[in-house]
Design a binder for this molecule. Structure first.
Ligand code: ADP
Ligand code: ZN
Length: 726
């Protein structure tokens, strides 16, 4: 083609046409550099018939600057980008950016020049040259590295290069990854595992779209089973993508993967260095990276030969992205599998109602693992009624939980106390005047963190030192913490058992894969090791994926926490979190026990957990959603309007509401101040749209908002299928 339609990486621009200079090869998917005014921008060539644009005469087109030496984005990925932009009402460029996270990766074949001795003698030999040649024999490296190794100056090495005794070698920065062996360490699968693994391997061989729900209780060997699907994809020379909800979970995953396949998979997450990112991206795009494990951002990478997608812990809400393009990685993963014509496995012990509904409708195939591996029993679960059996004043652990912890310590077994609240106390106030510490930027209390001696806002990250006196009444030492966070529970544990070895695990303490590895090593250390752990106090971060055979007691400190707030998924999420936390208990030979503290143990969700009535709970929840026409039976979309000026946000939100189309069955709620009425210094109002599935909600919203001008400083965010109602 002599002209090309280019989507530039700039969300404000539509597609633009350019001239393809002679000698430059450009096809749909090609990644190019195009001029825009005085600037140059990266963009991707697209099929012109799929993206209408203003027709410009041939002569007026500007020429493209460069086409990168990288494979064009494959067609199924281009279709996925279009679908995502369309479904989540996002600019194409914003979605495209997620596939091209590193411009350095686009520069083909980058290398460094290294040097090594040729074996030839230089014409003129000096004592220094002789010393250098002797010491660098068999070595290869940069000039400076060889000079250091030989204790000579760089100039000596350079002289040897000139004389031909040392030669230059181009070394690619992008070393290929070692190859996994599907038969490295084959497991002995139990019958139910083998059946599930076979169904998955068949689907990989068939290489057609096939969505699966791998529904197995905690500890049933879901990972072991989907590893067999990965093995099959490796045999077929296809790539695999495994999505995990938290990067902290990659660490144990890497170990297990290594044990099964002999090498580590390729890791992708936001914490990679640029060189790692570049290496991974190129290996993915060239088809050399066999198995990629990552957070949701790995989903949009340009796999050359994708053969399988796994979404592990698929019920996790962290797969929903809440900034930039508001997409749900689980749902986009299924769409990608469809467009790539490959199987996708959603693995979970507590599948989301949305996913269960897909099974019920016959869209997804369900594979069940009903029992724990190796005959391990599911833990026994009991509730502690905090009204009848409360902890002493100022404490948070009820006597029965304290007794159980004591027994576990005596037995040399590990315990987990689960409380989904970081920091020391969620609220700090002045005992004298009642002053409460609020974030200056958000509708939120400042949370005290004793480890760092700070008050922190968990929404915007604002931090302030804990003051000596009340800023309002100036009384000294009058500040009191209200309510518990994990740090406060750790204090209580330390007061009860000064000799117990504890660890607090939250995103504050476990913020990198290395920290996660350290925690795992401590949990696995022998009981008499100085680094061993007796009691873990943690947030939801410790409740997933981990397998610690000596952990036999789980205490849920506050089961009521997640139930307040009126979120449509509150009960479901509580059920999932407590099930996952319980799932850490008794995974080895010793049986496990779970104690759930609640002020209302008769609440359906607690009652179902205690009775082990998963199906009953889900049936009631599903029924309630059905009756209210809530997702997945009806659809929701949120429109959040924000501005630094409250009046501007209000005016804009009301203008949007007034322009709402009158359509039967479309209910527009609001605008009302969002529960987080202020966030990062912006005032926020929400509109919530509720519609039956039959309405083309995206089209409606697109038409509705396209005619409206947003005043300066006002931001309008559309959140399709929202998970956060803050
Ligand atoms: P899940 O992901 O369902 O919670 P895992 O895959 O973590 O379960 O399995 C729980 C434990 O049982 C792990 O330590 C795993 O290695 C072990 N396991 C499961 N199946 C097998 C098997 N067939 N052979 C050996 N070990 C297994
Ligand atoms: Zn804040």
């Amino acid at each position: 083609m002599t002209r090309a339609r280019i989507v530039l990486l700039n969300a404000a621009l539509g597609p633009l046409d350019y001239r393809v200079p002679e000698g430059m090869a450009v096809e749909p998917g090609s990644i190019v550099v195009a001029p825009l005014g005085p600037r140059q921008l990266v963009g991707v060539a697209w099929e012109p018939e799929r993206l209408p644009s203003e027709e410009i005469e041939e002569q007026r087109l500007r020429p493209l600057v460069q086409a990168f030496d990288a494979p064009p984005l494959p067609e199924p990925l281009r279709r996925l980008i279009e679908w995502t932009a369309d479904y989540y009402l996002a600019p194409l460029a914003s979605v495209l950016r997620m596939t091209l996270p590193s411009t350095s990766a686009l520069q083909g074949g980058r290398s460094v020049t290294e040097y090594r001795a040729t074996g030839a003698e230089p014409e003129r030999m000096t004592p220094q040259r002789a010393q250098a040649l002797e010491r660098i024999a068999g070595r290869q490296g940069l000039v400076s590295e060889l000079a250091t190794a030989a204790s000579v100056s760089d100039a000596v090495i350079r002289g040897l290069v000139k004389s031909g005794a040392v030669e230059a070698i181009e070394v690619s920065l992008d070393l290929p990854y070692p190859q996994a062996d599907p038969d490295h360490n084959l497991p002995m699968l139990e019958a139910a595992q083998a059946d599930a693994a076979e169904a998955l391997a068949d689907a990989v061989r068939a290489s057609d779209f096939a969505p699966f729900l791998l529904d197995g209780v905690t500890g049933s060997g879901k990972t072991e089973v989907y590893f067999e699907a990965i093995a099959e994809a490796l045999r077929q020379r296809r790539q695999c993508l495994v999505l995990l909800p938290e990067i902290a979970l990659t660490e144990p995953f890497l170990k297990r993967f290594h044990a099964r396949f002999g090498v580590e998979p390729v890791v992708w997450h936001s914490g990679l260095r640029q060189s790692q990112r570049r290496r991974a991206w190129r290996a993915i795009a060239l088809g050399q990276a066999q198995v990629v494990v990552g957070a949701r951002s790995a989903l949009f990478l340009p796999y050359a030969r994708l053969g399988l997608i796994v979404v592990d812990e698929a019920h996790e809400t962290s797969f929903k992205q809440e900034e930039g393009v508001h997409y749900h990685a689980r749902d986009v993963a299924v769409m990608r599998a469809k467009l790539e014509a490959i199987p996708v496995i959603l693995a979970s012990a507590t599948p989301a109602i949305e996913t269960r509904q897909q099974v019920a409708q016959g869209n997804y195939r369900e594979l069940k693992l009903p029992a724990r591996f190796g005959g391990a029993e599911l833990p026994e679960i009991a509730a502690i009624n905090l009204v009848q059996d409360p902890p002493p004043r100022g404490r948070w652990l009820a006597p029965r939980l304290v007794e159980a912890l004591q027994a576990n310590l005596d037995a040399g077994e590990q315990s987990l106390l689960f409380l989904n609240r970081r920091g020391y106390a969620p609220l700090t106030l002045c005992r004298r005047c009642g002053h409460r510490f609020q974030c200056p930027n958000c509708t939120a209390w400042m949370v005290e963190h004793r480890f760092t001696r700070r008050l922190a806002c968990h929404h915007c990250g604002h931090v302030a030192p804990v003051p000596e006196e009340c800023p309002e009444c100036h009384e000294e030492e009058s500040l009191v913490p209200v309510g518990p966070g994990v740090e406060r529970i750790a204090d209580e544990v330390a007061a009860l058992w000064p000799e117990a070895r504890t660890a607090v695990v939250t995103s504050d303490t476990m913020w990198s894969p290395a920290k996660a590895a350290e925690f795992v090593a401590r949990m696995e250390a022998p009981h008499d090791d100085a680094h061993a752990i007796d009691i873990v106090i943690g947030t939801q971060l410790v409740t997933k994926g981990y397998h610690f055979p000596n952990l036999t007691l789980v205490g849920v400190v506050d089961a009521d926490l997640g139930l307040s707030g009126g979120d449509l998924r509150a009960a479901e999420r509580t059920f999932q979190q407590i099930s996952q936390a319980s799932g850490r208990a008794g995974r080895g030979e010793k049986p496990g026990r779970v104690l759930i503290q609640s002020h209302d143990p008769d609440a359906p969700v607690i009652d179902a957990l205690v009775r082990g009535d998963t199906e009953g709970f889900y049936a009631a929840e599903t029924q309630a959603r059905h009756e209210a026409a809530m997702p997945p039976f009806g659809r929701l979309t949120a429109i959040v309007v924000s501005s630094e000026k409250e009046a501007d946000a209000k005016v804009a939100a009301h203008r949007i509401a007034k322009a709402a189309p009158r359509i039967d069955d479309l209910i527009v709620l609001g605008p009302a101040p969002a529960p987080l009425a202020m966030l990062r210094g912006r005032h926020r109002l929400r509109l919530l749209l509720h519609a039956p599935r039959s309405l083309p909600l995206q089209e409606i919203v697109r038409d509705w908002l396209s005619d409206l001008e947003t005043p300066r400083g006002v931001r309008v965010i559309v959140d399709v299928d929202p998970y956060s109602f803050l």
